[in-house]
Design a protein around this ligand. Structure first.
Ligand code: PLP
Length: 458
């Protein structure tokens, strides 16, 4: 029997991976040289450790990005479907945000005081996402961290309930997983000395009975979840799952925190607005200020009242929350510009139509080659998964990953001028993305699958 990975004969995959890696290296001498020169000054040769995890033989270096296009220093013009893994979901440097940055640059960058734009941004946040009391952070990691602190304070309970395979940023409390049905610290954490199981408990996504069993223990302050699991191979909620979570959280006195950092792709107001969810707390980061580092977190007025009551009782002293450069005027200028002029119904309609075109094209290509794969889409966010679907939970998503296959495809796509998000096979359609770019990506995907499945098609 042929040795296969995701339906592809292994020897064929290896040959194609090598061919594509050689082609990549041959076409990027300037990037290789620049990386060589800079490498000694950075830990592992890169300014952020995960940059070393991209699957190509080495990184490209970006000269410029605009709209949905990147140009690298070797002169390649690349259709960008990674879009900073959502940070630039609305395109690189959207014009209203670029204008706001230019105007604010002449008025100071940070002063620990609000501006008129800050007040406007508060109103726009409520208009866009619903009636909450808002706070600003710089990363979604921090936003989740602060939201959890408030949830623990007002409920007086220690634990966060998260789903196996989730990612909510590098928030220690969520770095747990299921091992034989038990919550454990995730493997691979660097320098982690805490027993995180005291602060967190894990259920499988789409398993309401499992969630209820954990809530019954009475020590869960909050359920923290994405509406769709996007940080593994994408897992959609089954019908009734979110209503079930809402009901269970209410019944057992836990708060429901919805992290929309990726599912803001769903449409205006995120998955929450599009699908009528009713969270107690709400988090969104990455693209919310058009790519300028900003995140927001919020609580319903009733939770805000409980938080105020808690504040009355606590001892004077530092709350343990907040960072100096957060809520700076540049963030508010970009946040207000994005909410008012970029997160528009017209832009979302364009993104939705383009993503539908992309998902349908990829799906047909997969069918044509009889690959045992599938495609998932959440608004502007599309993913092909090199395994049959749909996936039900994080454990299934973990097993669906095919790192070797994915690495070969990512490099081959980049050789054909298309960049998709690393670590999973995710593609975003921005307001600037054109049908021609989408069709080029579908054609490149088809060319690669033609090679990968050639033998099995013979
Ligand atoms: C759902 C979700 N929440 C939070 C984060 C953390 O965002 P940041 O890296 O900006 O802190 C991420 C990052 O990928 C995410 O996917």
């Amino acid at each position: 029997m042929t040795d296969t990975l995701a339906g592809i004969p292994r020897h064929r995959l290896q040959a194609i991976a090598k061919r594509e890696a050689d082609r990549y290296v041959a076409s990027r001498p300037k990037a290789a040289e620049a990386l060589r020169q800079g490498a000694g000054h950075y830990l592992n040769g890169v300014p952020m450790h995960w940059m070393a995890d991209w699957p190509m033989p080495h990184l490209p270096l970006v000269a410029k990005a605009q709209g949905a296009k990147l140009t690298d220093i070797d002169g390649h013009r690349i259709d960008d479907f990674c879009l900073g893994d959502t940070g630039s979901m609305f395109g690189h440097s959207p014009a209203p945000v670029a204008r706001a940055i230019k105007a604010q640059a002449g008025r100071g960058l940070t002063y620990m005081l609000p501006t008129e734009a800050a007040m406007a941004a508060g109103r726009l946040l409520t208009q866009r996402f619903g009636t909450f009391r808002w706070q600003i952070a710089t990363t979604a990691t921090d936003a989740n961290r602060f939201a959890l602190r408030v949830a623990r304070a007002v409920t007086g309970r220690p634990k966060v309930l998260v789903f196996n395979g989730c990612y909510h940023g590098t928030l220690d409390d969520t770095m747990v997983e299921l091992a034989n049905g038990r919550t454990v610290n995730r493997a691979g954490l660097v320098g982690q000395v805490q027993d995180l199981t005291k602060a967190a408990t894990v259920a499988e996504f789409n398993d309401l009975a499992g969630v209820e069993a954990l809530l019954q223990k009475g020590d869960v302050a909050a359920i923290l979840t994405e509406p769709v699991m996007t940080n593994s191979c994408m897992v959609l909620p089954e019908p009734g799952f979110h209503q079930g979570l809402r009901d269970l959280a209410t019944r057992y006195g836990a708060l429901l925190i919805i992290d929309e950092t990726h599912t803001i792709s769903s449409g205006l107001g995120g998955y929450t607005a599009v699908h009528g969810l009713d969270p107690d707390m709400f988090v969104v980061g990455k693209c919310v200020a058009g790519g300028l580092p900003t995140a927001v977190w919020a609580m319903r007025p009733a939770v805000a009242a409980r938080s105020a009551a808690y504040d009355e009782t606590r001892a004077p002293g530092h709350s343990g929350m907040g960072t100096t450069l957060s809520a700076n005027p540049m963030q508010f200028a970009c946040l207000a510009a994005t909410l008012a002029e970029v997160m528009t119904p017209e832009n979302y309609a364009h993104m939705e139509a383009g993503a539908e075109r992309l998902a349908s094209g990829l799906g047909k290509t997969i069918e044509k080659h009889k690959a045992p794969w599938h495609v998932v889409r959440v608004g502007a966010r599309v993913e092909f998964i090199c395994a049959p679907g749909p996936l039900k939970n994080g454990s299934e998503a973990h097993h669906a990953h095919q790192p070797q296959v994915e690495a070969a495809i990512h490099t081959a796509l980049l050789n054909r001028g298309c960049l998709i998000a690393p670590f999973h096979n995710m593609m975003l359609v921005s307001p600037a993305t054109t049908d021609r770019q989408i069709d080029r990506l579908i054609a490149a995907f088809d060319a690669i699958l033609t090679d990968l499945f050639a033998e099995t098609e013979e």
